[in-house]
Design a protein around this ligand. Structure first.
Ligand code: PEP
Ligand code: MG
Length: 556
């Protein structure tokens, strides 16, 4: 048995013969051409043909593979007619006298390199789309044929697969996908997840000629590949395959269904994200909205503050991709465990109790104003909620609301449109905010309880300290009592309550969350469907009283 390890990007177990995917390399004529005009016309013809072919493929994909695949091909259609690409090709043909094939490959590579150089993993992954499109035009120019389809069901292995090749895979015949290269956020990985095909990237050595045709087992969750597995490994994997298939089927059947308990209580299940690159996972897992966009990730890994335009683009992208679904963006939570050099924060004895999050924003109006301007400008592109972290006092919220109003009026005076329906909320993650929730509820539209910090501050247990073990009880009655108090106070004033800390994904607490009337949970995308299942299996009325008595009981 040979074991190869890569990165699992689409879960599931597949077994079958290993088939190597081969596409003919494009024949690129690199000698200078004598008739650039003729070469330019050849390019224009191939470009037109490619756009037409992509349109036909998109139409077919909409019927057979779903909207995501079709949208990708339509996106490629737009890329194929991109004026920057076209101009670059023309310049290379006319000025450097390159052949049309060489010009489109080189122009595509230069554009892709620009995306490759970006920090944002989502934009970075778009480089593959550009290479795919320029390769397709070049292939059309040199009259290449598509790769030969395998005869029967196989595990397909390739150096890399272009997104448009993944879209066109015959899903009856491809049991799993393995590539030597690729990226987790690339369209190939995204599509494999959408189609439910197990996939592994970065599997170095998978294309060793001696492995072609051999029996292979792959685990798209762990990223392991076993060639000619021994009987015991085979048995374990076959059992796992059966279990995961059952689970996957159950989860798929939940998509599009609401999270409603057996006795009719509704709770929304939203997702936590760190940036636009996480949105595909939200959509794949049918998240009803985004309950926490940790905007500080836009500030991390940089040399200087992200400017208004950079932030605006990121917020707009998420809002646009989510359509009507609500997107709650939290203003930056820098400080404590997220330190950034260019903020030049003074060294602190207790950073978790120091200059953090909203405190920085209120003390440094320019940084805050830039973020608020970007948020308000983006508000017209979707359904936006803005929330503020680390609130401890009523005056902080009053000051925040004044700053928001100032930014709004400033933009209106500049003639920039802003939405009139932005919801304003705060994170309740300090014991002070929890205890003042009756007053705070009158000032905002929603609360989002940050149980990671609320637990840390309530139990006086540093969330970074892994040695606290049993002293950090995530189900501590003090935290649960605060959750109940926060919800009661909020509901008295028609303010909604969400939980966006890790506790929200705790299946064992679902009955409690429903019992106290939590309106929304916001969790990592892959927790959405298991939580939805749990809600649908719960009968709130049968457990409510017992549960609440236990938490409020005075008995030690
Ligand atoms: C929390 O404190 O629970 C929370 C969601 O915020 P963060 O983990 O980013 O501090
Ligand atoms: Mg927090």
């Amino acid at each position: 048995m040979i074991t190869i390890r890569g990165i699992g990007v689409s879960p599931g177990i597949a077994c079958g013969p290993l088939h190597f995917h081969q596409t003919e390399a494009v024949r690129v004529q690199r000698d200078t051409v004598t008739d650039p005009e003729a070469e330019w016309n050849r390019f224009l013809l191939a470009q037109e043909k490619t756009i037409e072919q992509l349109g036909i493929l998109a139409e077919e994909a909409r019927k057979t593979s779903g909207d995501e695949a079709a949208d990708l091909l339509e996106g490629h259609q737009l890329l194929a007619e991109d004026p920057d690409l076209t101009d670059a090709v023309e310049a290379l043909i006319r000025e450097q006298r390159l052949s049309a094939e060489a010009a489109v490959i080189d122009a595509g590579a230069a554009m892709a390199e620009e995306f490759d150089a970006l920090d944002d993993p989502y934009l970075k992954a778009r480089a593959a789309d550009i290479r795919d499109v320029s390769g397709r035009i070049a292939s059309c120019l040199s009259g290449n044929k598509a790769a030969k389809e395998p005869d029967g069901p196989v595990i397909l292995a390739a150096k890399d697969l272009a997104p448009s090749e993944t879209v066109q895979l015959n899903k009856e015949k491809v049991l799993g996908l393995i590539t030597e290269e690729g990226s987790e956020n690339g369209h190939t990985a995204i599509l494999a997840r959408t189609f439910g095909i197990p996939a592994i990237i970065n599997a170095k050595g998978i294309l060793d000629p001696s492995l072609e045709g051999k029996e292979a087992f792959m685990d798209g969750g762990s990223g392991s590949i076993y060639i000619d597995p021994d009987p015991e490994t085979k048995e374990v994997l076959l059992r796992k395959k059966e279990e995961t298939e059952k689970q996957t089927q159950l989860m798929q059947s939940l998509k599009g269904k609401p999270a409603v308990s057996k006795d009719g209580q509704r709770i929304r299940i939203y997702c936590n994200i760190g940036g636009p690159e996480d949105v595909p996972a939200v959509l794949e897992n049918d998240g009803e909205g985004i309950g926490l966009f940790r905007s500080e990730f836009l500030y991390l890994g940089r040399e200087d503050y992200p400017d208004e335009e950079t932030q605006f683009q990121a917020y707009r992208k998420v809002l646009t991709a989510m359509g009507d679904r609500e997107v709650i963006i939290r203003t930056m939570d820098i400080g404590a465990d997220k330190q950034i050099d260019y903020f030049n924060l003074p060294k602190e004895e207790n950073p978790a109790l120091g200059m953090r999050a909203l405190r920085i924003c209120l003390d440094r109006p320019e940084i805050f104003r830039t973020q608020l301007r970007a948020l308000y400008r983006a508000s017209v592109y979707g359904n936006l909620g803005i929330m503020f972290p680390m609130v401890a006092s009523v005056w902080e919220v009053q000051e925040v609301k004044t700053r928001c109003e100032q930014v709004k009026q400033e933009l209106i005076a500049e003639g920039i449109p802003v939405s009139e329906s932005i919801r304003i909320g705060i994170m309740v993650e300090t014991p002070a905010a929890a205890l003042m929730s009756d007053r705070l509820a009158q000032l905002v539209d929603f609360f989002s309880v940050g149980t990671n910090d609320l637990t840390q501050y309530t139990l006086a247990c540093d969330r970074q300290n892994s040695s606290l073990g049993r002293f950090r009880d995530t189900h501590h009655p003090a935290v649960l009592r605060l959750l109940k108090l926060i919800t009661e106070n909020a509901h008295r004033y028609g303010t909604e309550v969400s939980i966006c800390g890790e506790l929200a994904a705790d299946l064992d607490l679902m009955e409690f969350f429903l019992s106290i009337g939590i309106d929304e949970l916001s969790v990592s995308p892959r927790s959405v469907l298991p939580l939805r299942q749990k809600v649908r299996d719960t009968d709130v009325s049968s457990c409510k009283e017992k549960l609440l008595d236990a938490i409020m009981s005075e008995q030690p």
